[in-house]
Design a protein around this ligand. Structure first.
Ligand code: CDP
Length: 206
């Protein structure tokens, strides 16, 4: 069984996926963390994120490992845990350029398709491109203001600046972010985290 949970930036995908996966007793995998790790390593190596080939060959020298822990995925590069650095603003600002390269998307997709089901997969194109055969698909949305307010609770940044950056990232991610035709779209705005999780569990079991 594969459950896909896609959605716009900061729509609650990670928390929801973690809760759903724990309730089902299976792992969840965050595809966004792989794009974020590629971006962090590219920035650290001072590579031009607008060019795919140098970034890809850099990544091939530094194999990454995604650890699908139920309480939150981690990304390791050898002994180094990259996870704490993956949500900094510089990574937020660069990640869409990295995710726009078909070669980088293939690099992420290949790692995800190697994972043994069952699992919950979260991202933008899990239900469309990566796991079109998934048994249950969901797509999370919420207004930019609500998403910015939720993210502002996690980081010491101004809510207006967060909102502007989210809207910009949505626009840059639009190509790969269309909901699958067979996904159930959930507006998480009026719902608590527990309510979204319950809604999805009902959909998975029903
Ligand atoms: O949590 P948030 O929605 O802010 O971001 P994320 O899921 O960690 O994804 C970070 C970035 O990776 C997105 O802005 C996209 O550019 C890219 N991404 C993608 O293109 N396709 C995916 N399946 C997942 C993420």
């Amino acid at each position: 069984m594969i459950v896909t949970i896609d959605g716009v930036a900061a729509s609650g995908k990670s928390s929801v996926s973690s809760g759903v996966a724990r309730a089902l007793g299976i792992p969840y995998v965050s595809s966004g963390l792989l794009y974020r790790a590629a971006t962090l390593l590219g920035l650290e190596a001072r590579l031009d994120l607008g060019e795919a080939a140098p970034l890809l060959s850099h990544l091939q020298m530094l194999p990454l490992r995604l650890e699908p822990l139920p309480e939150g995925n981690r990304i390791w590069q050898g002994e180094r845990d990259l996870t704490p650095q993956l949500h900094q603003s510089a990574v937020d600002a660069g990640v869409s350029a990295v995710a726009a390269h078909p070669e980088l998307r293939a690099w992420v997709d290949e790692q995800l398709r190697r994972l043994p089901p069952p699992f919950v997969a979260e991202g933008r194109d899990m239900g469309t491109n990566v796991f079109p055969q998934a048994g249950a698909k969901f797509y999370l949305t919420a207004s930019p203001r609500i998403r910015a307010e939720r993210r502002a609770a996690e980081r010491p940044e101004d809510v207006d600046a967060i909102e502007a950056a989210l809207v910009e990232r949505d626009a840059r991610d639009r190509v790969q972010s269309a909901p699958a035709p067979d996904a159930r779209v959930i507006d998480t705005g009026p719902l608590s985290l527990e309510e979204v999780i319950a809604e999805i569990l009902k959909g998975v079991k029903g």
